[in-house]
Design a protein around this ligand. Structure first.
Ligand code: COA
Length: 254
């Protein structure tokens, strides 16, 4: 199973479990996660959702073979079902990032309520490097949390940055030694699970409601560009280059 779902003491844990491919996320994995969010929403016994990776890796982002061979089609594609589910989750979502978080591995964190990371974790948004554009409303949410220039640097250059910088930017709550981050995030989730669900629900909805519409619109608008760019020659060259383990050559394009 590439996604492990576990329920215990009010916490539903979603764990990436595809370490041989650095937890790259396939359509089937998005589907499983979207279903887990929907199920959690309807189940009063679930008070909190916890997302984590596997030892030393959070996620290498969208599966690049899927991008090449089975790009997401239409708004009911699993990736969009997942994005709608996480961005509208009414229950608290906690993330534990023990290693690299690439692409949607980073942008999904912008929809979490509490994010804990290993001090050795790294983050990157290599959309432009792949001939693509931001997704998951990151073109809106990253500048909101970090300010315009900080967000522009990460989204235009696409270079990896470290956990300290992610914390300074504002989307990581706290850094921990890698061996402790999963346990700490789980203990924070357990604290939330013991609080009155109604208070958490109302608090979260009050904080989120002002931006909910903008976030949903941004996800949809980005997806229109992203879908077209995924089929364009620049992205085809970038994806081919990744699997051929070489640098892409973008000079051939206007
Ligand atoms: N999709 C599909 N396969 C991926 C992948 C992805 N996003 N990320 C890594 N893999 C695969 C590699 O092809 C490799 O497979 P192989 O063993 O069959 O050759 C395996 O996972 C290990 O990856 P590798 O690159 O050797 O690991 P690393 O530790 O040197 O680097 C990363 C890890 C995450 C930095 C690097 O794999 C990477 O940059 N991946 C692409 C990330 C990306 O661009 N994501 C999309 C963002 S929109």
């Amino acid at each position: 199973m590439d996604i492990l779902i576990e329920r215990a003491d009010g916490v539903l844990t979603i764990a990436f479990n595809r370490p041989d491919k650095k937890n790259a996320i396939t359509a089937a994995m998005y589907q499983t996660m979207a279903d887990a969010f929907v199920e959690a929403q309807g189940d009063a016994a679930v008070r909190v959702i916890l997302i984590r990776g596997s030892a030393g890796i959070f996620s290498a982002g969208n599966d690049l073979e899927d991008f090449m061979n089975a790009p997401p089609a239409g708004e009911d594609a699993p990736v969009f079902r997942f994005l709608r589910a996480i961005s509208s989750a009414e229950k608290p979502v906690v993330a534990s990032v023990a290693g690299p978080a690439v692409g949607i591995g980073t942008t999904l964190l912008l929809h979490c309520d509490l994010v804990y990371a290993a001090d050795t974790a790294s983050f990157s948004l290599p959309f432009a490097q792949l001939g693509l554009c931001p997704e998951a409303a990151s073109s809106l949410l990253l500048q909101r949390v970090a300010g315009y220039q900080a967000a522009a640097e990460k989204l235009l250059l696409g270079e990896a940055f470290d956990a300290r910088e992610a914390q300074r930017m504002g989307f990581v709550n706290r850094l921990l030694p890698a061996a402790e981050v999963d346990a700490f995030a789980a203990s924070q989730a357990a604290k939330l699970a013991a609080l009155p669900a109604s208070s958490l629900r109302v608090t979260k909805s009050l904080m989120k409601r002002a931006s909910h519409h903008d976030v949903q619109t941004q996800i949809t608008d980005e997806a229109v560009h992203f879908g077209k760019m995924l089929l364009a020659p620049e992205a085809r060259e970038a994806l081919k280059a990744f699997f051929e383990k070489r640098k892409p050559d973008f000079r051939q394009f206007d």
